[in-house]
Design a protein around this ligand. Structure first.
Ligand code: NI
Ligand code: MN
Length: 223
């Protein structure tokens, strides 16, 4: 069993009883809905989808205190090395094996937040469980391909609109991805990205085969 804990905004912690722990987009300091303090995080890996402050967040500090490996696209991995962190550079379409499984960087339609860089999403094989973390992205048709290539157990999708997909586009994304379960994020952190996760859940479960799980910050889902 794997356990996914939502730490608020776009930050998730993925762990199981025996394996390695993965942290996604660790924006905690200054995050009004953060469910953890950066100093309390224990993780071996930090996946960073792009360099915007609400995703890169506390990555360098948490990496330093855990001697964790930052996994991101090339320019962000290089910036992390410049800060003294260990980093593994992937790029869009490429995957790499790690002790827990594998990580593939996939397309995200979004800015990188760093000169010359790219934003990405991740498809993670975590001890056989397949998880798609979309990062910040608009809807794109190749999400269909991600769904065809990977039998996803879980798809994590932004629904807050303005900077990313809103609810209706995220429902289309869920229909493309065909994950067993979907979890929304990147909403209700600030008034600008207010969205009703119950409405998303209703639409996903009416219009797709996926089940939707709403995780309030601090809560976990085992799968
Ligand atoms: Ni962003
Ligand atoms: Mn964002």
């Amino acid at each position: 069993m794997a356990k996914l804990t939502f730490l608020g905004h776009a930050c998730f912690l993925l762990e199981d009883s025996v394996g390695e722990t993965l942290l996604f987009d660790p924006f905690l300091s200054g995050n009004p809905v953060a469910a953890a303090e950066p100093g309390d995080i224990k993780t071996g890996y930090i996946l960073v989808s792009h360099g915007h402050g609400d995703h890169l967040g506390n990555a360098y500090d948490i990496a330093a205190q855990n001697d964790a490996l930052i996994i991101s696209t090339a320019e962000i991995a290089e910036a992390a090395r410049q800060k003294g962190c260990r980093a593994h550079a992937l790029h869009v379409g490429g995957s790499h094996r790690f002790p827990f499984g594998s990580v593939k960087a996939v397309l995200a339609l979004h800015g990188s937040g760093i000169p010359g860089g790219h934003a990405c999403g991740f498809v993670v094989d975590y001890g056989g469980k397949k998880i798609y973390f979309a990062g910040d992205t608009g809807l794109f048709g190749d999400m269909k391909l991600i769904g065809e290539l990977h039998a996803l157990d879980l798809a994590l999708l932004p629904i807050g609109d303005n900077f990313t997909m809103g609810i209706d586009d995220a429902v289309v994304a869920a229909s493309f991805l065909k994950a067993r379960q979907v979890i929304p994020y990147h909403y209700n952190t600030w008034p600008l990205i207010e969205a009703d996760p119950q409405l998303f859940k209703e639409k996903v479960e009416r219009q797709t085969e996926s089940k939707c799980i709403i995780l309030p910050p601090g809560e976990s889902h085992t799968f």
